[in-house]
Design a protein around this ligand. Structure first.
Ligand code: GDP
Length: 180
């Protein structure tokens, strides 16, 4: 099914001059670029881009907790809490600050099952757990324990919409509903 999805190359990808290589991977796979925008995004845009609901906070918090368990560390030592909701809220603050700290390259990609296939190419949220053939696994080895200790989001280079509703919402937010 032909779909569109929103991709954002995060400040780490732009700073490391990886945009061309990452875009090539999508073009090689057959995705068509529908729109692009290099921008220093305003905070309010990122506040709306990343959800502010307990389900999302808890999901992000649990990723941290699981990652700490995997490496045998106690998350309380770094975060002062093991409540996924609180951890998720803290990560969102770090994310909004980080995503507005420098230029990002936002784009709309179109292709067959674009939402699922782009996410597959991005790989696991935590680059240290991502397959080396994916964008996150190829270009980063970051993980939650290191990122949380440095009070910053995991540097994983790329955002991609997770679900059709999310893709529609995010494309409208960044590029207007006519591109969704
Ligand atoms: P995604 O859809 O794969 O980007 O993952 P999420 O929606 O769960 O998380 C959003 C972003 O928050 C991720 O891309 C990371 O940059 C950051 N993030 C996720 N989990 C953690 C974590 O455990 N610690 C930190 N510091 N950042 C995280």
């Amino acid at each position: 099914m032909l779909e569109r999805t929103l991709v954002i190359l995060k400040p780490d990808a732009v700073k490391r001059q990886l945009c061309g290589r990452i875009i090539s991977m999508f073009e090689d796979a057959g995705f068509k670029i529908i729109a692009t925008k290099m921008t220093i995004a305003p905070k309010e845009l990122l506040e709306r881009h990343y959800p502010s609901n307990n389900k999302w906070y808890t999901s992000v918090g649990n990723k941290s907790i699981d990652n700490f368990k995997e490496v045998g560390l106690d998350i309380k030592d770094v975060m002062g809490t093991d409540d996924p909701l609180e951890i998720g809220k803290t990560v969102k603050k770090w994310l909004v600050d980080y995503m507005t700290s420098g230029p990002v390259l936002a784009m709309v990609l179109e292709g067959n099952n674009a939402i699922k296939n782009v996410r597959k190419m991005c790989g696991n949220t935590i680059p240290s757990n991502a397959d080396p053939s994916t964008i996150r696994g190829k270009f980063s080895i970051d993980s939650s324990d290191v990122a949380n200790a440095e009070h910053r989001p995991v540097h994983n280079l790329i955002h991609a919409s997770g679900e059709p509703d999310e893709a529609k919402y995010e494309i409208s937010l960044w590029f207007g509903s006519e591109n969704a």
